[in-house]
Design a protein around this ligand. Structure first.
Ligand SMILES: [Zn+2]
Ligand SMILES: [Zn+2]
Length: 290
């Protein structure tokens, strides 16, 4: 399976199935999406988006057997647990167990066991010894990922992914270049008003990539040759490069991206030639005017 989604694509996928298919994500889809996320920041952003878009429609099994394993912050764990307890009549011992793993003292752990009892969840006194166990949380995450691969859900995901890819293509094809730019500018202004800038980067990145590819018209913006091949969907294969690297604080904006062939992309990173940077910077500025 060569399908791998990043968070930005996942957020778009959630938007598209809601808007175009008028349905909520399935358990197997949610599990796979979670599987692709890289760190807890991403998990949290994903979770916030789910709540924002689908509120109480998130399957209980996903919350209690999937998502909870990824929470590494005590407050976030308590918040999620409370939300689940409020919205579902089902209780899962994992909710309380995970909170114990994140608690700092044994006393705290004991009080969580007592609380669990009020919800008719019997944990057993010995569980109190598991407080402050980040290693166990990491182990649970690994186990969860392994399970996902072993389940057939993983194989089924290829289909889901193809489906998403088509939806994404159709969606972007339905947007004119101007609409694409407007969407990006909207997201940009909206984001500047929000405190957490990191999270909003994900939201935009899939649009920025589409913009860079769209304005390149299938021609590498450095060597000016046609893309070396067409992808499975018949689209010219070019890679999107950030002129000022994101890892060094560069922004995910229209003026900071170009689409280049894989060869040039490697050359840019390998040699970091001033003349190349100059050329692609000029191209990026021209792109905005297109
Ligand atoms: Zn090139
Ligand atoms: Zn690059």
């Amino acid at each position: 399976m060569n399908s791998k989604m990043d968070l930005s694509e996942i957020l778009l996928y959630l938007e598209l199935i809601k808007k175009e298919k008028k349905r909520k994500p399935l358990l197997k889809e949610l599990n796979m999406m979670l599987y692709f996320l890289e760190d807890y920041d991403q998990v949290e952003e994903f979770h916030n988006k789910l709540i924002e878009k689908f509120t109480i429609y998130i399957p209980f099994r996903f919350l209690s057997e999937g998502l909870i394993h990824f929470i590494e912050d005590y407050e976030a764990c308590v918040n999620l647990k409370n939300k689940i307890l409020q919205t579902s009549s089902r209780k899962d011992s994992m909710l309380f167990m995970h909170q114990i793993l994140l608690s700092e003292t044994k006393e705290q752990a004991i009080s969580i066991i007592k609380e669990a009892k009020e919800f008719e969840v019997e944990l057993g006194e010995e569980w109190a010894d598991n407080y402050d166990s980040m290693w166990r949380i990491k182990k649970n995450q690994d186990e969860w990922r392994r399970n996902i691969i072993e389940f057939s859900e993983y194989n089924l995901f290829s289909e889901t992914y193809e489906d998403f890819y088509k939806m994404k293509l159709n969606y972007f094809e339905s947007l004119s270049l101007n609409q694409l730019k407007e969407t990006l500018l909207e997201k940009q202004t909206h984001n500047n008003n929000r405190k957490i800038t990191q999270t909003t980067v994900y939201d935009r990145s899939v649009y920025i990539k589409e913009f860079a590819r769209r304005v390149s018209n299938g021609i590498c913006q450095l060597c000016e040759k046609s893309a070396p091949f067409l992808d499975k969907q018949g689209k010219p294969f070019l890679e999107v490069h950030h002129i000022h690297y994101l890892s060094k604080g560069g922004s995910d904006n229209m003026e900071n991206v170009v689409a280049v062939c894989p060869n040039c992309h490697r050359k840019i990173h390998q040699l970091e030639l001033e003349e190349d940077v100059k050329k692609i910077s000029t191209r990026a500025l021209e792109n905005i005017g297109i």
